[in-house]
Design a protein around this ligand. Structure first.
Ligand code: NAP
Length: 328
């Protein structure tokens, strides 16, 4: 496998891939050649470059893409056009048209593409799915989620064009994608957003956003996400309230997370998890799919739905909260 990008998440996922039996990391490219060289030395990789196109010289079968989302779109298109399978570090693409292109190329060339939503491989989310499935909270009534980060205004994450916006970059990850996995595609969407703290030209259009969603079975949901929070505030949680109980999830980001199951009566039951194995599980699934032995959880035909949903949320917010119906 070759790696594009040499930042925080490239290191996490390169290690996870390198730990899969039979995988060799054969090349690293990053914008700054020196950074690519340092990253390559750290993972004992023989080839590095400042240009991702040169990775073909290392003859990879697949590529891990860990770059700002607009750059990611170019890299993924290049990789698919050159017959490489792709593990994408984040959302499938920066916007819906780019996601459609990824889906088309992957299908045409029969290549594996996996978007980076690792929640579907994470024990805390799997346990929540199992508990909801076995009726531990009764009939689900409503969901409340909050995902605030103290985002660096100088980073590409805060740049609307580079990232695709806060809704795609952050709200889709925390927690639209895993909620969609548990409850299906929302039926209706209404959202409001504001931008008050960093308003420089090019900054994300929706800095803080509150989306109201409905899922099949009359399940109501409010999802709050944003780039502003006091550093010490903990604001990363999901509550699933049902007719016979509730789940309070602290899904964690790098850490394994935990959840509390409140039955209708009695004390809450804690579920704790020792390690976060999601990145390793996802790396194994991706490699297994490339080998034709298993399937991945976030293929283009599914991960594109997150982009659909983000577009609806942004549309609704732009219209002051007008409710919109998701197409079946
Ligand atoms: N839990 C999760 O799964 C999770 C969490 C956070 C982020 N993410 C996702 O992970 C991905 C990577 O994010 P990150 O936080 O690791 O980013 P990051 O630390 O900012 O690193 C981005 C990398 O992209 C490189 N880059 C920028 N422009 C490039 C170009 N034109 N060609 C080649 N490389 C280029 C940068 O190169 P230089 O350093 O050489 O300039 C840098 O190494 C994103 O998709 C993000 O949404 C996922």
């Amino acid at each position: 496998m070759a790696v594009v990008g040499a930042g925080r998440m490239a290191a996490v996922r390169t290690q996870a891939l390198a730990d899969v039996e039979g995988v060799e990391i054969c090349g690293v490219a990053s914008r700054r050649p020196e950074r690519a060289r340092r990253f390559a030395a750290r993972f004992d990789v023989g080839f590095s470059s400042g240009r991702y196109q040169e990775l073909l010289a290392a003859a990879p079968d697949a590529v891990l893409v860990e770059a700002p989302h607009r750059v990611q779109d170019d890299v993924v298109r290049w990789a698919l056009e050159n017959g490489l399978h792709v593990l994408v570090g984040g959302c499938l693409a920066a916007d819906l048209p780019a996601a459609r292109e990824v889906r088309r190329l992957a299908a045409e060339r029969r290549l594996v593409v996996e978007a980076g939503y690792e929640a579907r491989y994470k024990d805390v989310w799997r346990r929540a799915a199992a508990l909801v499935g076995e009726g531990a909270v009764g009939e689900v009534l409503c969901i409340q989620s909050t995902a605030l980060v103290d985002q660096d205004p100088a980073s590409w994450y805060y740049d609307q064009a580079d990232s695709g916006g806060m809704i795609v970059t952050h709200l889709s990850y925390a927690f639209l994608n895993p909620l969609r996995w548990l409850f299906g595609m929302p039926l209706t969407v209404a959202a409001v957003s504001n931008r008050k703290v960093h308003t420089h030209p090019g900054a994300v259009e929706h800095e803080t956003c509150v989306a109201t969603l409905t899922f099949a079975g009359d399940v109501l949901c409010t999802a709050t996400a944003g780039y502003v929070k006091p550093a010490a505030l903990s604001a990363w949680s999901v509550r699933i309230l049902g007719s016979a109980g509730s789940l309070d999830m602290m899904p964690g980001d790098d850490d394994p997370g935990q959840l509390l199951h409140f039955p209708r009566q009695g004390a809450p039951r804690p579920h704790t998890f020792e390690n976060n194995t999601a990145f390793h599980e996802q790396a194994r699934a991706f490699v297994g799919a490339v080998r034709g032995q298993e399937t991945v959880s976030n293929p283009p035909e599914d991960a594109i739905l997150d982009l659909h949903l983000c577009e609806l949320i942004a549309d609704s917010a732009a219209r002051g909260g007008t409710p919109l119906r998701a197409r079946p």
